[in-house]
Design a protein around this ligand. Sequence first.
Ligand code: PLP
Length: 398
Amino acid sequence: MKDTQIKNFISAEKKRQKKVVNLIASENYVSKDVLEALGSELTNKYAEGYPGKRYYGGNLIVDKIEELCRERALKLFKLDPTDWHVNVQALSGSPANLAVYTALIPPGGKIMGMSLDQGGHLTHGHKVSATGKFWTQVPYGVDKVTEVLNYDQLREMAMREKPAIIVCGYTAYPRTIDWTRMREVADAAGSLLMVDMSHIAGLVAGGVYPSPFPYADIVTTTTHKTLRGPRAALIFVKRDMRELDKKIDKAVFPGLQGGPHINQIAAVAVALKEADSQKFVKYASQVMKNAAVLAEELKLAGWRIISGGTDSHLILVDTWNGGVKNEKGAGAVAGKDASSKLEAAGIIVNKNAIPFDSRSPFDPSGIRLGTAAETTRGAKEKDMKKIAQRIDKILRAA
Ligand SMILES: *Cc1c(COP(=O)(O)O)cnc(C)c1O
């Protein structure tokens, strides 16, 4: 690269990524092949429209790439193309969710989504997001005592509010979501059921987390978290009389976007093929084992783990309400302080609100940890033990 300023920044960032222990739950490290596709000449091509129906010439090859990406997406999640459609053009997770609502929910309609401070995503109807400006969020959370979903409460809320859509799948919820119960809630209220599996897509692909596909009407996902692809998103839509698939395609283009990023779509295709392998199944199961060990070790050291543990790659630690600083009671460290102390020691996490947080979102009570990135770099249970011990030591000294 001739641009030395950017070149130097890239190489500095590469070094940083190598040096740190990365416990950011939403990050991962992509393969060289994914990078190669991203950095290819495909970025030069305009391809507004869909395969076979483009507004520009010269798209014969690009059509094949997009079709292959769609095929691989359906195959990875064991979907029959006669039952499911997939749109691979959404630029990232947030635009994908916006496209679904734009397609299916009239302005002002109700989105029943988990509130941000309980573990939901901004795009599940939060007021600072466009999704909370154009539609009305019916916010839900977890049970105050168990810190897990209470499906009876959800059902009551849905029956009362009759939302147009119920969104499940979260950014800071470590446990298994009971898709059967979610479907029942949606059916009882006459709502569409959308699963945003952004965080867990790789675990679903690897067969270590229950698949939402038998239950959902729409499944959205980012491709860059546990799925280990480039930054992008997929929107899966059930094909039936309602023709939701056509509406969603139209909402993505021309509704919200112009030309798709073909280099990104090619990179997604590469990642989908990588994920469709025994090697990836092993990876996904190691991610889970690592998270279980990390959670257990922190618990043994005296830290309070939200909901008592994890069934995924993700752990939410209450660093503030730990109790006394002695052998088995962890000290009180606010989330911001915890995250900066850890960063100073080379462990990268993010501060995170815990359910019913008594502190502010800018300095909440907890931190969020995930094992997807470190597992890609080869971390095993014994490494997780060491990381847990380091975290404990750093936080106690804080
Ligand atoms: C990460 C995430 C998104 C948004 O993805 P971006 O690519 O950052 O826009 C949406 N929903 C959930 C549940 C997520 O975890």
